[in-house]
Unconditional design. Sequence first.
Lengths: 310, 363
Amino acid sequence: MSEITIAARNAKGEVTVSRAPYFPRKKKTITGRSIAVLVFLALCALFFCIPLYVVVVTSFKTMDQIREGAMFSLPYVWTLEAWDHAWNSACSGINCNGLKVGFWSSVSILIPSLILSIGISMITGYALALWNVRWAGAFLFILFICAFVPFQIIMFPLISMTAALKVYGSIWGVALVHAVLAMPVLTLIFRNYYKDIPQEIMSAAVMDSGSFWRIFTEIILPMSGNILIVVLIMQITSIWNDYLIGVTFGGPGSQPMTVNLANLITISTGVTRYNDNMAAALLTAIPPLVIYFFVGKLFVQGITAGAIKG
Amino acid sequence: MPRVSFEHITKTYGQVQVLDDLNLAIDDGDFLVLLGPSGCGKTTLLNLLAGLLDVTDGRIMIGDRDVTDVDPKDRGLAMVFQSYALYPTKTVHGNLKFGLAASKLPREEIEKRIAWAAKLLQIEPLLNRKPANLSGGQRQRVAIGRALVKNVGVFLFDEPLSNLDAKLRTEMRLEIKKLHDTLKHTIVYVTHDQIEAMTMATKIAVMNGGVIQQFGTPDDIYERPANLFVASFIGSPGMNLRPAKLAVGGGKVEAVFPSGVRFDVSDYNFVAPPKDGEDVIAGLRPEHFLVGAGDGAATFDIPVQYAERTGPDASAYFNFENELLALRVDPDIAARLKPGEHATVRYLRGKANLFDARSGQRM
């Protein structure tokens, strides 16, 4: 606490000076506490960065240098040989066509999975939030419970169900399982987002058109941009990174890149080609990263955007 | 333009009964204002008519059609909402078009109607803008335009002016009134603002607690309130309501206030013959007082409490039987009234309202 002088003119025109206490703003200083926080955060960052560093440098080394054993050293010669090999001609099992096979089958799994999972849960969320659905509360509760059921528990029943539907072992089987498993969480997300749409807009639309699909496509869908980007990124990441669904439900030729990668690394004969393995792992990890780089900003906007203002 | 009627409408939310056996008929071309305090059921009634809520029991007729179970879009109604409810991702043109495109009209007809409404409401320069780039008044016009293009007989307004500032509200009020005079639609308008009700309506239904307290022309409602609720709800400053006892005798009927002031009500139109000694509530409008002695139904000699001026008008508050008595006075007279001083005021003949003290009904 300190004092400040206040000058003022009184009624007679004389200047009077009075003193008043004031409370200066606290200056930011480096304290023991902030150092501790910084150290902790730095350690956390290193925890991720060091293995990543090793993976990246190893992928650019030759096998000769790797055999020397100096894990942290930079490559003597930077070479893309391992990347080329991993992409084009690494063997998984008897196929020696590299990771590119897995990449394209991942892409062809990703697109129908995205459309199916987002489409179904978007429309379910729209119906639950904006229309009078009988037992909507109970349905939401069941969805909520389903969100906590581990996939492994229902894996076997799902296999026989997809087999009965004659989609087991195909891209559609994988897409269907992705859609079903993502539905609880995505439906809740969409439903909560649509709940914020003012009731009067819905009333106006009902009086104007009254058609469930027309209102959805013309009014609601154009208002969903923010949440679509969030869900899109979530889904792309989780579908791309998935291994278990792909290995279980995808047949030969419809197994995603992650399965391809695992085979490539575990089933190779002879010497373990670390540089190939590292390059292959990086190649698999790149697509979601690229998505993040391009739409990351929109992602943050989408998460923070709350209600829709008219 | 059709006639709208509510027949024995009941609406309950779970255990709560909002409307009970409500009957109301709106004539062709009428401008009906549903007026009442918050929670009186007026918006519920409007939503029932719009079809946004389902009636629990009863029947709603539009023209000769029973629309009780008809879909909102097929009822032949258009509605303007309090928050405008414009579609945020559509342009003004798209907003006007959406309801028409859904009705599968030919394109030329749609464009013709949009052009007509845009011209009528002077929103032609705004047709390509999004609602976010419009001011409150412009949004309001677009919302009205969206209702107009549908070319239906009945318009519903749900407190459409409550989000506007005072100046715009007056402007839009006149505009809506003008639209009604030109187009002669049947309008049902919900508001809690008595000025809007008094200025625009051809008929007012005053509601309280889910019951229609009085249904009549604005003059009826103001001059001859049916009960104490209507009397106290309409008017600002409100009607002075004071208990008194009737004294019948000598060819005169008088209301005697506790302090002994006698109020001549011989010329009052009693529904039933007045009885001597009956307890009544006298309702005295502030503007029916005059300052100064002279002929009147009653003369009061009472102290001034304070006077306040609101631009062209002034209100003076007197102390009568230890409660405030509100008077509307000329601003220059108000300037001469000094707090604490006594003044003589009189009440005009033939302007008093009398209510039964027990039932609250007009006598």
